[in-house]
Design a binder for this molecule. Structure first.
Ligand code: FES
Length: 164
């Protein structure tokens, strides 16, 4: 025996179905736009002071003329024969992340083609100043970098080097 279900509802028309689909799609797009805008405008949580410090390694871990990237921290440690620099990887032009080119011995910005020498000075491109430095301290032979202390500079001078 075949069971039949009867309802009082009329079948939905194709036109109504398409209207509901368009309304649903429009609501989704508007929701994404509103949510994205609010997420963009909402202030970010400030990092606690302790989270801005990181240990880069021992003095003996770095060779003279070596540039060591710290990708997660967006920083590089450079050792010269006069001392250490902790260089920010954030381009001072429009804040893209620069890369170290080991072959050409230059920092390169992928966004607008800026190039910087190993000390962070601008060689070419639009940046208005050298790459910023982070405060670097050497404690008991260990390099500790404080990303909360950003040092803007007009050029390189030897007083920026931290002796190891
Ligand atoms: Fe680096 Fe423009 S953001 S050159």
């Amino acid at each position: 025996m075949e069971a039949k279900f009867q309802t009082d509802q009329k079948p939905i028309s194709r036109r109504s179905l398409m209207t509901y689909a368009w309304i649903g799609a429009a609501a989704l797009v508007i929701g994404e736009l509103v949510g994205g805008t609010l997420a963009f405008l909402w202030p970010r949580r400030r990092q606690a002071k302790g989270e801005t410090l990181f240990v880069a390694g021992k003095v003996t871990d770095f060779k003279v003329a070596e540039v060591i990237p710290f990708r997660k921290e967006k920083a590089f440690v450079v050792r010269t024969d006069g001392g250490f620099l902790a260089i920010s990887a954030i381009c001072p032009h429009l804040h893209c992340i620069v890369n170290w080119n080991e072959v050409l011995k230059k920092f390169e910005c992928p966004c607008h083609g800026a190039k910087f020498n190993p000390l962070g000075e601008v060689l070419e491109g639009p940046p208005p100043r050298p790459l910023d430095l982070y405060k670097l301290q050497i404690t008991a032979g260990t390099l500790v970098i404080d990303k909360a202390s950003v040092i803007e500079r007009k050029n390189f001078n030897t007083s920026q080097l931290i002796k190891g």
